[in-house]
Ligand binder design. Structure first.
Ligand SMILES: [Ca+2]
Ligand SMILES: [Ca+2]
Length: 182
């Protein structure tokens, strides 16, 4: 909350204003906890495990799991929700599998649990592939994903981590429209 003395004054009146801001809490996502980098094969039929790392200031037990959506940071494609089990419930569990990383861009680490509970969810690889248009990316490409959600009290949070399309660019020489000038 920020106060502004003399804001909105009319002549002779007592005046001032207070502005209330709210900001999304910073959360930490670890795609494929324990591994770095995080390869996702667009052709795979499996699921990709994703940990929302808990910390002293982020209690994953407060997360409204039904609010979670994953998308590309660059806005390409559409957003997806976590995979569900046969009984229709979300693949979600509280486990200690990750450690928050204070990094930038696509920094990642191979650390596992740190003694603080994390929220483990899973996303369908075919759904990721379709929604994030992964088939259009060259092997070796890195894509930043963003997980958005809210806590039970309505506080929103965002968390980012990156995936890499496995293989080297050389493997993609059969891709149409690829300009290889050597
Ligand atoms: Ca990882
Ligand atoms: Ca943890």
């Amino acid at each position: 909350m920020v106060g502004a003395r003399n804001a909105d004054c009319v002549a002779g009146g007592l005046c001032g204003a207070a502005y209330v801001f709210s900001c999304a809490t910073d959360a930490h996502m670890d795609i494929k906890p324990g591994g770095c980098p995080n390869p996702v094969n667009p052709k795979s039929n499996g699921v990709v495990p994703v940990a929302l790392a808990g910390s002293d200031v982020f209690d994953v037990n407060d997360v409204d799991v039904s609010s979670l959506v994953l998308g590309r940071s660059d806005g390409v494609g559409s957003q997806i929700t976590p995979a569900t089990k046969n009984n229709g419930r979300l693949h979600a569990s509280i486990e200690d599998v990750a450690t928050p990383l204070e990094g930038t861009d696509c920094d990642c680490h191979e650390r596992g649990g740190d003694g603080i509970d994390d929220l483990m969810i899973k996303f369908s690889t075919p759904e990721m592939s379709r929604a994030f248009e992964l088939d259009a990316l060259r092997p070796g490409s890195t894509v930043e994903l963003v997980l958005r959600g809210s806590l039970q009290d309505g506080t929103t949070f965002v968390a980012t981590d990156c995936i890499v399309i496995p293989g080297t660019d050389r493997d993609s020489s059969s891709l149409r429209g690829k300009d290889k000038s050597k």
